[in-house]
Design a protein around this ligand. Structure first.
Ligand SMILES: N[C@@H](CCC(=O)NCCCC(=O)O)C(=O)O
Length: 259
């Protein structure tokens, strides 16, 4: 069977005075090393995508993190000064792609901003600057140029017994990294909360009744694929779901070819 392909929606980035389609290499590396799939970057466009044409060509969807925030208009709020920075093209690409992938049963792993997009795509809302909520922990990216420190594992989350995530990384306490200012405020009706931080912040969800693997995590397993067991397990499970989906797509064609 050919190696399956996983779509990764890109971000718009300004680099050296030009506008780039970009995604951090850690997501590409985790897709290759952790899930054993072929990554396929999908450009961020404010319009013009045919999402079925994209999903016809892939076997999974990996929605990455980003320093930008989902525009509040996507969850019924006016934008304020502190809500940015935004990436309207990323929103316009990833939100409908997530929805259509779920409708078609394409396996989905959503990370950080990706989890927030999954929630918004299914009708949930987000809270901003959550570190300012009394009693909350500071979940923001540490102020350092050293990525190993920024993505350092430094927070405990509790994975719920019997959850989809628990079947992958085990129930109970798991240590993760944390690089976010926003979080799920109202979880979408179709989301099951699967892990929470000690301050109650939602740290992982799965899609109730999904046709395939559909998990979102607020932390960054992609960064430590190769050395961190829960990260390895999560990407391995995603890769297995993608291969099962790809095999299911191939089956009718193989039956037809066999006559
Ligand atoms: N912008 C959102 C999502 C945060 C996120 O995806 N962080 C990963 C990238 C970190 C970085 O490069 O700054 C939020 O802040 O909640």
């Amino acid at each position: 069977m050919p190696k399956p392909v996983v779509a990764i929606p890109a971000d718009i980035r300004e680099i050296e005075g030009n506008v780039w389609q970009a995604t951090p290499n850690q997501y590409v590396r985790a897709a290759v090393k952790g899930a054993d799939v072929i990554p396929f970057l999908v450009p961020a466009l404010e319009s013009g995508h045919d999402f079925d044409e994209i999903l016809d060509r892939v076997d999974g969807l990996l929605v990455s993190g980003s320093r930008t925030n989902v525009h509040p208009s996507h969850f019924g709020r006016e934008a304020t000064e502190t809500d940015g920075p935004f990436d309207l093209a990323r929103d316009a690409t990833s939100l409908p792609l997530i929805k259509r992938a779920l409708e078609r049963g394409v396996p989905l792993l959503a990370i950080c901003r990706g989890l927030q997009e999954l929630n918004v795509a299914l009708g949930g809302t987000l809270a901003n600057e959550i570190q300012e909520i009394p009693g909350n922990w500071d979940h923001r990216k540490p102020d350092t140029a050293d990525l190993d420190v920024a993505y350092g594992i430094r927070q405990e989350v509790h994975v719920k017994e019997g959850s989809c995530l628990a079947s992958v990384i085990g129930p109970g306490t798991v240590r993760v990294n944390s690089l976010h200012r926003q979080a799920i405020s109202a979880a979408a009706p179709r989301l099951a909360v699967e892990a929470v931080a000690e301050d109650g912040t939602i740290e992982a969800v799965s899609v109730i009744g999904s046709k395939a693997f559909a998990v979102g995590v607020q932390w960054h397993p992609e960064y430590w694929v190769g050395s961190d067991d829960p990260s390895n397990r999560l990407f391995k499970a995603f890769g297995e779901a993608v291969r099962a989906y790809a095999a299911g797509k191939l089956a009718p064609a193989m039956r037809q070819a066999a006559g």
